[in-house]
Design a protein around this ligand. Structure first.
Ligand SMILES: Cc1cc2nc3c(=O)[nH]c(=O)nc-3n(C[C@H](O)[C@H](O)[C@H](O)COP(=O)(O)O)c2cc1C
Length: 173
């Protein structure tokens, strides 16, 4: 199974989760590419049996140009734009081919009201025709710039392995 893990990160936490998810998927027998949104071309996505998309939670959802500016005030000013995030990248995702599966995860703060980006990512993937292999998942950071809560990297690795097993099962509508 070919798996492509696409992520956005500002402090490295979503990347750390993406790398563990990839390791977990490899341990379950998949061939895995891990790329940032900048490097995730439509061709790469089209070749994936399972597309996994990870995003940091900003303002209870996916980042926007302004929230990315807030994450990088030193470099771009508090209202500056910082490249594209998962939200913009999802607009260019090619419609799913037959049998393509997908999964979404986010990183988020440990508060019940903190929301999560993964649900919106999953909704967009479904709108592009992907069948979700599993429910959206959140991984918890202790503070805005990390680190991840104890145990989250191990949980990410297990989730990656479970994803591959779930994606190998027939899709349910
Ligand atoms: C502008 C901004 C807004 C944020 N808003 C939320 C939020 O609403 N809920 C939440 O759980 N975390 C929020 N966070 C914390 C992010 O989830 C955290 O920075 C992210 O998980 C770190 O991942 P990264 O290093 O991959 O960017 C916010 C962070 C920034 C910079």
């Amino acid at each position: 199974m070919d798996v492509v893990v696409v992520y956005e990160t500002h402090f490295g936490q979503t990347r750390a989760v993406a790398l563990e998810v990839a390791e977990g998927a490899r341990s379950a027998g998949a061939a895995v590419s891990v790329v940032t949104v900048d490097a995730a071309s439509p061709d790469l996505v089209a070749g994936a049996d399972l597309l996994v998309v990870g995003a940091p939670t900003h303002a209870e959802g996916m980042s926007r140009p302004r929230t990315r500016g807030w994450a990088h005030p030193q470099t771009v000013g508090t209202h500056g734009d910082v490249g594209d995030g998962v939200r913009e990248w999802l607009h260019g995702v090619p419609a799913s081919g037959a049998g393509q599966r997908a999964a979404a995860f986010d990183t988020r703060l440990p508060f019940a009201m903190a929301g999560g980006a993964a649900r919106g990512v999953a909704r967009a993937l479904r709108a592009h025709g992907f069948a979700l292999a599993v429910e959206p998942e959140g991984f918890v950071v202790v503070d805005i710039d990390g680190p991840l809560q104890k145990g989250e990297l191990a949980r990410a690795r297990s989730w990656g392995a479970a994803l591959v097993r779930a994606a190998a099962a027939p899709a349910t509508p």
